[in-house]
Ligand binder design. Structure first.
Ligand SMILES: C[S@@+](CC[C@H](N)C(=O)[O-])C[C@H]1O[C@@H](n2cnc3c(N)ncnc32)[C@H](O)[C@@H]1O
Length: 734
């Protein structure tokens, strides 16, 4: 019968049937089975696993109809009415979004389109009649008239900063000004040891060894599959800084998020201990694949009960297991979440810390169902409403993604594979997750600018930048993975981008390769904790080491990004840093590091109209106060992949002593932690110094040599270094 979009997100409640009122357990058996299988599958990696997770529907996913109309970025509790009721639709959307620079009403055109309900198949087979093109042409039997609102003044509604001006035209850049201030004594500096050897293999391997996940792999994956058939907690912890109890403090979530975003539970009334014990505590926190004699249903019940116990303070704790502390209960909760959703406990501990506990459950639950399928109309080739019309003629059920984008469409159902329509092949659209629009909207490239996309393959964001530049100026689309530049180049051609130069360098070679850009996008390689619904292997294959390695790479890349921008740019001077990960190590910590290392840069508003503010402090570490200008996006809150976006403005450097743009912090004090690792004093998150870097890089190289060439290098031996630029065979390709 055609292809059904697997884009129905479960209602973003903490857990299906979490209300403990008799619905508990409804459907849980089915879920238990699927979770039990899921756990096994999660321990192997690969596409099968991803698919199996996609196929598994969370308990909340019971009503497709309920969910199908919930737009991306719409608050979790909002129900969108059917597309037939255009006005209601809009008001829901307006409610769901922050007030801001939404599209001008006058720009909006109402396109009445006859629905193709019930006719999709015929249309898909080429028998469909031409759809009504205007209000008057509507004789064909297409069911009730359907109205969609498209704000198609083709210029994307870019929420730029006040400071951003329209470009006066091409401008000059002076490479001589760009190399980073060599006097800057960076503990990571700009002299990086780049991988050696064959660059394609090397890069690939480096990525693998870093456990890099590329959110935009989805572009290709979705083409094929979108529609095809210890977290021990210290009691003495400063409760004021504990995000898990943040919701108990005033205003835990920004006000504008509250209305839709607050996670409601009725855990309050369900705190009776029905004989629960804390076996993980009795095991001393040791991980056990699955507790003997425990059903997944029991784990689920205990998990919810524990959230209730731990959410509150003493009064609720008194309803927990007698004699056990709050940290005991939290430890058990961490283990139960890991068991129930199929994660390793380390990652659960890391992710749990990001949210109040009930919200954490909503996050884990949201990862069990796929995000909506979304496409981006390519304004170099078509207009969104024309594209929508063409796809509806094929029976595709879609509607605008939300008022925050003028080029996005959310696809609800399609009788044809969305990645293989003539429109797709002709480059009229990109299959692209909603969250990956955001960094480009934040970047807000202006016509005629020179833009660098540092880590660009397979090109979802590059081609969007190119379209916003209206094929003027130039986009340097770089990626260190040569194999991936092939799909990047293919997308660039398919989408009709004529202003793109594809290149293949380790981005840490910039700005030595070329600099002086008006804007730079660093969509960094990351752990992928925001896209677990797409890649369930993340649940089990990430270790603390991976996060350290990634954060290190991200810091290096970000410094290079900042140094690649011209502070003299007349129209820009901006860098956007984004990841599809939600860990603080890869996000705020990296941004804060860059602020400390580059006193000539500051954070500016992203211009994005929704999203949660970035952390200003985390686990006792204070970041620069401007970190609240950065934005976090969550699956359970915004119905899109987890994402992080920060925007920097790069100013001219001033000589030290003559007054810096911003106070420069002292170099962080290093100390050895209990594991004997060097960390910044008072930091709860990863930190690096040169000595540690060398070990990490050597380890990565050793693995690479062993894997690719079968050469085993002993630990003490050291691995030959390659100077930046020397070993690189990167070059422009198009
Ligand atoms: C998140 S993906 C980029 C997705 C891309 N921006 C898009 O929208 O299609 C991260 C990319 O970084 C690349 N990468 C990893 N390490 C890199 C490095 N050192 N220099 C440049 N690119 C790198 C990976 O090959 C991967 O394609």
């Amino acid at each position: 019968m055609g292809y059904k979009a697997r884009n129905k997100q479960a209602p973003p409640q903490p857990l299906g049937g979490s209300d403990f009122d008799g619905r508990r357990g409804g459907g849980a058996g089915a879920k238990s089975n699927s979770k039990a299988k899921g756990k096994k599958k999660a321990s192997s990696s690969g596409a099968d696993e991803r698919r199996s997770v996609k196929a598994a529907r969370g308990p909340g996913a019971k009503s497709i109809k309920d969910n199908r109309r919930r737009n991306v970025a719409q608050g979790p509790r909002k129900r969108q009415k059917g597309v037939d009721v255009q006005d209601d639709d809009d008001s829901d959307l307006e409610d769901a979004l922050r007030p801001g620079n939404l599209s001008d009403e006058e720009d909006e055109e109402v396109v009445k389109v006859k629905s193709v309900k019930g006719k999709g198949k015929a249309n898909a087979e080429g028998k469909g009649k031409k759809q009504a093109e205007s209000d008057d042409e509507g004789e064909e039997e297409r069911g009730p008239a359907r109205e969609l609102v498209f704000s198609d003044s083709e210029a994307e509604s870019i929420g730029g900063d006040d400071e951003e001006r329209l470009p006066p035209g091409l401008h000059n850049f002076d490479l001589d000004e760009l190399p980073p201030d060599e006097e800057d004594d960076e503990d990571m500096g700009d002299e990086f040891d780049l991988p050696e050897g064959d660059e394609a293999d090397e890069d690939e391997d480096e990525e693998m060894s870093l456990g890099v996940d590329d959110d935009e792999d989805e572009e290709e994956d979705e083409v094929d599959s979108a529609f095809a058939s210890s977290g021990e907690e210290d009691e003495e912890m400063d409760e004021d800084n504990d995000p898990r109890t943040a919701h108990l403090r005033p205003n835990p979530i920004p006000e504008d998020e509250d209305e839709d975003g607050a996670i409601m539970t009725n855990l309050e009334d369900d705190l009776d201990n029905e004989g629960f014990t804390l076996p993980a505590v009795e095991r001393g926190g040791e991980e056990e694949e699955f507790e003997h004699g425990t059903s997944l249903r029991e784990v689920e019940n205990r998990m919810r009960w524990l959230v209730g116990v731990c959410c509150g303070k003493d009064d609720k704790l008194s309803k927990g297991v007698p004699g056990k502390s709050r940290s005991d209960h939290l430890l058990q909760l961490q283990h139960d979440i890991a068991t129930y959703f199929g994660y390793n406990t380390f990652l659960v501990g890391k992710l749990m810390k990001l949210f109040p506990l009930d919200e954490a459950l909503a996050f884990f639950e949201a990862n069990e169902s796929p995000r909506p399928v979304t496409i981006r109309a390519n304004t170099l080739r078509t207009r969104r409403r024309d594209l929508a019309q063409a796809l509806m003629n094929r029976g595709v059920n879609l509607e605008p993604i939300g008022k925050w984008s003028k080029v996005g469409l959310q696809v609800f159902e399609s009788p044809v594979p969305v990645g293989a329509t003539p429109e797709y092949l002709a480059g009229h659209y990109m299959l692209q997750s909603a969250s990956s629009f955001l960094p480009v909207i934040a970047l807000a490239p202006q016509p005629n600018e020179r833009v660098l996309d540092m880590a660009s393959a397979p090109g979802g964001k590059t081609t969007y930048i190119s379209a916003l530049l209206q094929n003027t100026g130039v986009v340097f689309a770089n990626d260190s993975n040569k194999a991936r530049t092939k799909s990047l180049t293919a997308n660039v051609h398919r989408m009709g981008c004529k202003n793109v130069v594809v290149c293949n360098y380790d981005a840490r070679e910039f700005p030595k390769v070329i600099g002086g850009f008006d804007r730079v996008l660093l969509d960094a390689p990351c752990s992928g904790t925001g896209v677990i619904s797409k890649d369930a292997s993340v649940k089990v294959n990430k270790s603390e080491r991976d996060f350290q390695l990634l954060a290190h790479l991200q810091k290096q890349l970000l410094l290079c990004a900042l140094d690649s921008v011209s502070p003299n740019s007349e129209t820009g001077g901006y860098v956007v840093y984004s990841t599809c990960s939600i860990t603080v190590d890869e996000d705020e910590s990296v941004v804060d590091y860059a602020l400390r290392k580059r006193p000539n840069v500051r954070l500016v508003p992203t211009g994005l109209e929704f999203g949660v503010e970035g952390f200003r402090s985390f686990e006792g570490k204070n970041f620069h106060p401007s970190l609240n200008l950065t934005r976090r996006f969550y699956p359970h809150k915004h119905n899109m992949d987890g994402f992080y976006v920060a925007k920097f403005k790069v100013e001219k450097r001033k000589k030290s002593g003559s007054g810096e743009n911003r106070d420069v912090e002292e170099e962080p004090q290093m100390k050895l932690n209990e594991e004997g690792e060097l960390v910044e004093e008072d930091m709860g998150v990863s930190a690096f110094n040169e000595a540690e870097d060398k070990d990490l890089i050597d380890e990565s190289k050793r693995k690479h040599l062993l894997k690719t060439k079968g050469i085993k290098v002993g630990k003490g031996k050291g691995v030959e270094k390659t100077k930046p630029g020397k070993g690189s065979k990167g070059k422009g390709q198009a």
